[in-house]
Design a binder for this molecule. Structure first.
Ligand code: SAM
Length: 273
């Protein structure tokens, strides 16, 4: 059985958590961030590493999440890796969770972990977030943490990302939009800043609008929440806004970043630039 101790939030930054809660040392960060795009990188990593939380652990955004997600919601997590986000939500009463990743190794480990949960409400499945194997409108909430950021590691100029990157991100968002109920909610917990994400989130055809909160000390991470059905897909004003990204006034303090390298390779824009 999982112990109480195992479910406790890590309560510290990633740079200081070289050891997972299960006592297995995580791999050293790779020298080239492009490896994060390779499925075999994740398989190899998950063979060795039992637990790692990207960006921040649940304790940092728990209140935000609980203010948006109801216990009765059917939740899909994409790109879950070996994070314990699903277990933490479960402990807070959100029990209908389908936890997915592209990596079969990660999914196999989830199967083992989830055996310890009563009620069979936690399900692990292999799924590419760019082409989800689920019916239309089958989830009330889709959540991702750090998975969408991976799609940006080779984006080039962040103001004008490469076409293949915008295509991938659009596929992921279109799939998320498709599997959500008509008034479903997409939560994206991310490193990427609002002025870069807004044009993608609010692309033509999506019936949600982007709202966000920040969390973290020093360096801010973003808790995006997008309610499907809150916008007319043919809304001209929104379509124009999506072509003309707004420069939000952000308070970024970069020296406190505590992520792996791929995050550092993404271009940041701060108030002084
Ligand atoms: C940065 S890690 C984030 C893991 C976890 N969500 C967390 O917060 O610790 C990115 C995860 O996305 C997964 N991933 C990458 N590309 C994917 C895809 N196309 N579909 C689903 N998962 C993907 C990787 O296997 C990895 O587990």
């Amino acid at each position: 059985m999982a112990t109480e101790e195992e479910f406790k939030p890590l309560g510290k930054g990633l740079s200081s958590s070289l050891h997972s809660s299960a006592g297995v040392r995580r791999q050293d960060p790779p020298s080239n961030a492009l490896v994060y795009l390779a499925p075999e990188y994740w398989d190899e990593r998950f063979e060795e590493e039992e637990h790692y939380e990207w960006l921040k652990d649940y304790s940092h955004f728990r209140d935000l999440l609980l203010s948006h997600v109801k216990p009765t919601d059917r939740v899909l997590e994409v790109g879950a890796g070996n994070s314990h986000l699903s277990e933490e939500m479960y402990r807070d009463g959100i029990t209908n969770i389908t936890c997915t990743d592209l990596s079969p190794v990660a999914v196999k480990r989830m199967h083992t972990r989830f055996q310890e949960f009563p009620g069979q409400c936690m399900v692990a499945a292999e799924a590419n977030m760019l082409n989800l194997p689920f019916d239309d409108q089958s989830f009330d909430v889709v959540i991702e943490k750090g998975a969408m950021d991976v799609l940006f590691v080779d984006s080039g100029d962040p103001w004008s990302p490469k076409q293949e990157v915008t295509d991938s991100v659009h596929s992921m968002l279109a799939e998320t939009h498709r599997v959500l109920t008509s008034n479903g909610l997409f939560i994206s917990i991310a490193f990427g800043q609002p002025h870069f994400r807004r044009p993608m989130f609010e692309a033509e055809g999506f019936t949600w609008t982007m709202q966000y909160a920040t969390f973290g000390n020093g360096f801010h991470y973003f808790f995006y929440y997008l309610h499907k059905g809150s916008k007319d897909p043919l809304d001209i004003k929104s379509a124009i806004a999506s072509l003309d990204p707004i420069q939000e006034n952000l308070d970024m303090v970069h020296e406190h970043m505590d992520n792996e390298d791929f995050l550092l390779n993404l271009t940041l824009v701060d108030d002084d630039s």
